[in-house]
Design a protein around this ligand. Structure first.
Ligand SMILES: Cc1cc2nc3c(=O)[nH]c(=O)nc-3n(C[C@H](O)[C@H](O)[C@H](O)COP(=O)(O)O)c2cc1C
Length: 171
């Protein structure tokens, strides 16, 4: 599949089939994340693959945006390892590292026939407790992942793209 087809075809999937993700397929998605750039290549992101029936049930109860996905990825940044910008002490790379890793994985997932959704709508405290995430890590996003249901379609918002002239400025 061409990259252009991946970029144009991907959409946020909020309805999944029951089909479990095969280990070999998940391994390819993970590998795409491992190849992503990070600040100083320090790779301080941590990726929790939540796929046990027990944890998925609890996560769904805690976060309605886990939807009915058979697995949810939880991306965190290990605070002790993030790159701090010397010009601004509070500005570190944790969110950016996680975001580019998650984006690589999201696009690879689409290429492999999987759907994903970037999710911010959850209580970080609840997710931390549920997944036993160490306090030294900052939770950045959740990403339900799975094969889309047969009747899965993009939400209307998917095609509400602004015009480039509104948000791109050549200087
Ligand atoms: C930072 C971020 C946070 C988001 N949070 C949620 C969320 O909590 N729940 C959800 O269903 N979708 C969430 N989305 C998905 C967006 O709503 C979606 O990407 C956007 O409407 C464009 O639709 P598309 O992904 O189908 O192209 C989020 C996306 C991003 C990038």
């Amino acid at each position: 599949m061409e990259l252009d087809e991946v970029i144009r075809g991907r959409y946020s999937v909020r309805n999944y089939s029951d089909r479990k993700i095969e280990y070999e397929v998940m391994a390819q998605v993970i590998e795409a994340g491992m190849l992503a750039p990070t600040a100083k290549n320090s790779q301080r992101q941590r990726i929790y693959v939540v796929c046990s029936d027990e944890k998925i049930a609890k996560l769904r109860a805690a976060c309605r945006c886990a939807y009915n996905a058979p697995a949810v990825l939880c991306f965190t940044a290990e605070n002790s390892e993030v790159y701090y910008n010397p010009f601004e002490e509070t500005f570190n790379s944790g969110h950016q590292d996680c975001s580019i890793v998650a984006t690589h994985m999201m696009l690879k997932a689409y290429e492999l026939g999987l759907g994903t959704c970037w999710v911010n709508h959850y209580s970080r405290a609840r997710v931390r407790e549920l997944l036993d995430i160490p306090e030294s890590e900052e939770i950045v996003l959740l990403m339900p992942i799975g094969y889309p249901a047969e009747d899965s379609v993009p939400a209307p918002k998917h095609s509400e793209s602004k015009k480039a002239e509104e948000i791109v400025f050549f200087k």
